[in-house]
Design a protein around this ligand. Sequence first.
Ligand code: KG4
Ligand code: ZN
Length: 331
Amino acid sequence: MLVLGVETSCDETSAGVVKDGREILSNVILSQEIHEKYGGVVPELASRIHITELVDIIDMALGRAGVRLDDLDGLAVTYGPGLVGCLLVGISFVKSVHQSTGIPFYGANHLEGHIFSNLLEQSEIKTPHITLVASGGHSNLYFVEEWGKYKLLGSTRDDAPGEAFDKISNLLGLGYPGGPAIEKESIGGNRDFINFPRAMKDRDNYEFSFSGLKTAVALYLKDKPPDFINDHLADIAASFQEAVCEILVIKTLNAAEAYDISQVSITGGVARNLRLRGLFEERKPANLEIFIPGPDLCSDNGAMVAACGSFHLQKGERSNLSLNAVPYLEL
Ligand code: KG4
Ligand code: ZN
């Protein structure tokens, strides 16, 4: 089964072709760089770039996969959560391809797409397992009972971890996107330089909160002379990064223990962070396996949408022309 996945929910314009729900034939990702100069995603610009670039990106995805449109058995497109104007570009495109070719299509939940990215590289991951989706908009911990069946154990009460990285990066003058910028600045920094707060560390609580941490960093910076901040930029970045990573690790490992689970996966843009990956390896019990997809599969991409769509299309599930964007779609 050959499925083309289209992802335009935020600032990545992406398309990928996946065979039998597992094998990536292509995964073309355009990360829109224009937002860097605004310090965050400008929705209007993001949707306009999706419009101008999507056709070429899809052409490239088909070309690299060595397939033509009529070879496809299905189409999949993210219909939420995300920025409404951005989602509508992908949805309209896929609907029109469906209308002109008759190829069936499926509207995929972006969060489920992130969970399916695990299957693309790590076929050993089984169900049940615990998965953490840590991104610019989410911090969701799920018990994956079986593929397609998820129990949300907890999510963030305020900011998402990626959002915290982006905001603190702005405060430190390190630019957007903040995750990679802070990770780079942290190299060689002292993680114990400042003990920033880790919110709601108690067991059996799988909710996250990152806004207090953000305020703590802002207050810390407020009364420090610019020279001191400059001299200790790496230490401040490393201490902040440690606080975010530690809380993600603690809660995920607590959930794995409580549910007596032997496999855990982490996906979403924040899962690209090497300290997060390292900390999971340091803290995990010996009998627990940690799965984290490669960097391109952690960030938003078309292949994960294709993998998710393949699963549902295979079961006979279809969307129709009434599919609309759902910005706050839940899973
Ligand atoms: O999953 P994603 O590509 O898009 C959303 O669905 O939100 O995640 C984007 C987020 C951004 O906030 C970005 O700063 C963060 O992932 N991110 C990182 C890293 N790379 C991207 N956070 C921490 N460390 C990284 N290396
Ligand atoms: Zn995402």
